[in-house]
Write a protein that binds this ligand. Structure first.
Ligand SMILES: C[S@@+](CC[C@H](N)C(=O)[O-])C[C@H]1O[C@@H](n2cnc3c(N)ncnc32)[C@H](O)[C@@H]1O
Ligand SMILES: [Zn+2]
Length: 408
């Protein structure tokens, strides 16, 4: 089928009542409301589109492509469960030929209509299916034991918490889920009670709060998955501006689900001296192990690795090949290659980081550059790694007290 059924043409009157612009993102063409590209805040109606999320989508494409690289199965299904204009699914259709079925859903009928138009514009309509349902209804009725998604994406306004059960039931064994949260105020400690009831852990309103929020989102997915005898394996996670995004492989396994407790832990923060460290359980936790003041406990949260280095290597190798092939996209490729290179070297088994200007304040001294801190730490036998959570952040196995001694 390469045209839209007559029964749906009634949406075309709404279509002509709005101003539309034809844009392109990488090589995907897209009709979007003209206002969506003029306004600074993305508009929800008539159809949501956020041009500023291009980096987020560029990253998704790389992660999805690396994830399915060695997949042998013939049918590979991508589910864009909250599709908006359809941009993410359409880019998958154009940029990852190995994915041969793309399923779009959105409860806004106009989104479904525009996704169809956009699929036609890109000559990929034949490999697309379209639904116009509430997401939980869509995921539970369209995907069952016989047919599930290889990769399922949810990209809600605000919290993904109400949809996590449904996405976990719609993905195949060994498949991937990608989840966005834009309720960063909740995950980053502004509304601790809301965070506890939605993500089952205490947030920490610190300088490294985006990392804590990301780890809380992952642990909430892991806890829900474990009820269904599913285990999660985070393959990449990041946070940028007002969103947090996580990618987790889902495996049906009692054995791995039973290991959940080993993957979770707590981050202890002392708001008196700035000290921080992680622990696996709360037995015997009393006061700060530096200044002995009362501490604040963040978690339980995912305190193990949050990225799969083999997948990140595959991504970097594939970007290296692209550089020479598609020179018109070179700038965006260089940007994400730098980003993935930091992720590759990041010691992500440490669930917190330090920020150089924060240390300047604690020490009441000028801020030291990251390269200076890197040299000092390594000279004393500690490790230093950058972090994707902050351009001024770093991870180390040195305690705050040791860092202070080195910088003084
Ligand atoms: C943030 S936008 C999605 C953006 C899109 N994924 C992109 O990359 O541009 C969220 C979309 O989810 C849809 N939506 C929100 N709640 C929903 C629900 N409960 N069921 C189905 N769709 C929903 C909205 O209509 C909106 O189009
Ligand atoms: Zn302290």
């Amino acid at each position: 089928m390469n045209s839209i059924p007559n029964s749906e043409i009634n949406y075309s009157s709404d279509y002509s009542n709005n101003n539309w612009s034809l844009i392109s993102e990488n090589n995907t063409k897209l009709m979007v409301p003209s206002n969506a590209i003029k306004e600074t805040e993305p508009l929800k109606y008539p159809v949501f589109f956020n041009p500023a999320a291009k980096l987020n989508r560029d990253i998704s494409i790389q992660v999805y492509k690396a994830f399915i690289e060695n997949r042998k199965e013939k049918e590979t299904i991508f589910i864009d469960a909250m599709a908006g204009s359809g941009i993410r699914g359409l880019r998958v259709a154009k940029e990852i030929p190995k994915i041969n079925k793309i399923v779009f859903n959105d409860f806004n009928p106009f989104s479904t209509y525009i996704s169809k138009i956009n699929a036609l514009l890109n000559n990929v309509y034949n490999k697309c299916d379209f639904y116009n349902k509430e997401i939980c209804n869509f995921l539970s009725t369209s995907f069952n034991f016989e047919k599930r998604g290889t990769i399922v994406d949810i990209d809600p306004f605000g919290t993904p918490a109400p949809y996590l059960d449904c996405i976990l039931r719609s993905v195949e064994n060994g498949g991937l889920i990608s989840v966005t949260a834009t309720d960063t105020a909740v995950l980053c400690g502004v509304y601790p009670k809301v965070c506890y009831r939605k993500y089952y852990g205490n947030s920490l309103r610190t300088k490294y709060t985006e990392e804590i929020g990301t780890r809380l989102l992952i642990s909430s997915i892991a806890l829900i998955a474990s009820r269904m005898d599913l285990s999660i394996h985070p393959i990449f996670s990041h946070s940028y501006r007002n969103y947090i995004r996580v990618y987790c492989k889902i495996v049906k396994s009692n054995y791995f689900a039973n290991k959940l407790q080993e993957k979770l832990g707590y981050v202890i923060h002392c708001f008196n001296c700035g000290n921080r460290y992680s622990i696996k359980n709360l037995y015997g936790i009393m006061n700060c192990n530096n200044c002995h003041n009362k501490v604040t406990i963040g978690g339980p949260m995912w305190t193990s690795n949050i990225s799969d280095k083999a997948i990140i290597c595959t991504i970097i190798n594939s970007i290296n090949k692209y550089n020479s092939k598609y020179s018109e996209f070179i700038n965006s490729y260089i940007k994400i290659k730098d980003f993935f290179t930091i992720a590759l070297n990041e010691k992500d088994e440490y669930p917190y980081h330090f920020i150089n200007d924060e240390l300047g304040k604690i020490l009441k001294k000028n801020v030291s550059s990251l390269s200076h801190i890197d040299t000092l730490l390594k000279k004393s036998g500690y490790f230093f790694s950058k972090t994707i959570f902050s351009p001024n952040g770093f991870k180390t196995n040195a305690s705050l007290m040791n860092i202070k001694k080195l910088l003084n």
